[in-house]
Design a protein around this ligand. Structure first.
Ligand code: C2E
Ligand code: CA
Ligand code: CA
Ligand code: CA
Length: 280
C-alpha cells in the first residue's frame, strides 16, 4: 500500500502532462489553421414564424484540420479563448461573413443580416473588437445593419456594466447584438432591461424537452413573456421537429433556428437556399 502513493501520483502527473500536451498541440495546430485557410464559416438560417421567411442567419466557425479532421467548436473554442487565438478567429469570421453577405447582395439575393458569435473575453478588451468591426465594414463596404453579434448571457452578465457600454458603442456603429444561450446565465431583469439589444436567443437545452418537461415549457413561456415585455424579439434555438415548432408557436415565440428547418450550411448551399427564397 505504501508504494501506491507515488505510483498514483506519477500516473496523475503523467495524465496531467498528457492533457497539457494535447492542449498545446491543439493550440499550435489552431494557430496554423488560421493562416493556412483551414477555417470556414457555415451559416444556419433563422425563420420568422409569422411570415415563414428566412430573416437572418448565424455564422458558425468550422475547422477542417488536415491531421485531425473536422474539429468541433466545442473542443477548440475554449482553447482559442485561453490562448488569445479567439481574436484572430473572430476577425476571420467577421471578414468572411461581411464579404459573403456583400457578395450575396451583389448577386441580387435577398438581403438578411448575419450574426457572428463573440466571446466574453473580446468584450472585456473591446477596443480590438470595435476597431475590427469598423475596419471590416469599411473594407467590404457592407452596411452595418447587415452585421450582428451574439454574446452569451453568462458573458454579458459577468461584467454587465462593461458589456452594456460595448453594446452601446456597437449600436452607435449600427451593429445590433443578441443575447445567446438565454436562460442559462441568471440574468436579473433590472440588468437585462439596460442592455440595448434586439434579440434573446433561448438556449437549446430548454427547447429540447419542451414538449415533455413541464418545467422547461414553463421556463420558455416565461422567457417569451419577459422578452415581449421588454419589446425584444425572441429566437428559439435547437428546434428539431414539428412538435417543438408547434409548441413554440403556441407560446408566441417569434423566430426559430434549428435542424428542423436547416442544419448549418456551407456558403454555397446557403446562397442556393436564399436564391430559392425557401420558406417554412
Ligand atoms: P451556439 O452559439 O449556441 O451555436 C449553436 C450550436 O447549436 C451550433 O453548434 C449549431 O450547429 C447547433 N445547432 C443548431 N441547431 C441545432 C439543432 O436543432 N439541434 C442540435 N442538437 N444542435 C443544433 P456548433 O456549430 O457545434 O457550435 C457550438 C458552439 O461553439 C456555439 O454554440 C458557440 O458557442 C461556439 N462557436 C461556434 N462558432 C463560433 C465562432 O465563430 N466564434 C465563437 N466565439 N464561438 C463559436
Ligand atoms: Ca450563437
Ligand atoms: Ca446559442
Ligand atoms: Ca449553446
Amino acid at each position: 500500500a505504501k508504494a501506491q502513493g507515488p505510483a498514483t501520483l506519477q500516473m496523475f502527473n503523467k495524465e496531467m502532462s498528457t492533457r497539457a500536451a494535447k492542449t498545446l498541440s491543439l493550440q499550435n495546430r489552431l494557430r496554423r489553421a488560421i493562416d493556412h485557410g483551414e477555417l470556414s464559416a457555415h451559416y444556419q438560417p433563422q425563420v420568422d414564424l409569422g411570415s415563414g421567411e428566412i430573416i437572418g442567419m448565424e455564422a458558425l466557425v468550422r475547422w477542417n484540420s488536415p491531421d485531425l479532421g473536422m474539429v468541433s467548436p466545442a473542443d477548440f473554442i475554449p482553447v482559442a479563448e485561453e490562448s488569445g487565438l479567439i481574436d484572430g478567429i473572430c476577425e476571420f469570421m467577421l471578414d468572411v461573413c461581411a464579404t459573403q453577405n456583400k457578395e450575396w447582395q451583389k448577386q441580387g439575393l435577398m438581403t438578411i443580416p448575419v450574426a457572428v458569435n463573440v466571446s466574453g473575453r473580446q468584450f472585456q478588451y473591446a477596443r480590438r473588437l470595435l476597431s475590427a468591426c469598423e475596419r471590416i465594414l469599411s473594407v467590404t463596404d457592407l452596411d452595418s445593419h447587415w452585421l450582428e453579434l451574439e454574446l452569451t448571457e453568462s458573458s454579458a452578465m459577468r461584467d454587465a456594466d462593461n458589456a452594456i457600454a460595448v453594446v452601446n458603442q456597437l449600436k452607435e456603429m449600427g451593429i445590433g447584438c443578441s443575447i445567446d444561450d438565454f436562460g442559462t446565465g441568471y440574468s436579473s431583469l433590472s440588468v437585462l432591461k439596460r442592455f440595448p439589444i434586439q434579440k434573446l436567443k433561448i438556449d437549446r437545452s430548454f427547447v429540447m424537452d419542451i414538449t415533455t418537461d413541464p418545467n422547461d415549457a414553463a421556463i420558455v413561456d416565461a422567457i417569451v413573456a419577459m422578452a415581449k415585455a421588454l419589446k425584444l424579439k425572441v429566437v428559439a434555438e435547437g428546434v428539431e421537429n414539428q412538435e417543438h415548432l408547434d409548441f413554440l408557436r403556441t407560446l408566441g415565440c417569434d423566430q426559430i433556428q434549428g435542424y428542423f428547418f436547416s442544419r448549418p450550411l456551407p456558403a454555397e448551399a446557403m446562397g442556393q437556399m436564399l436564391s430559392e427564397r425557401r420558406r417554412m
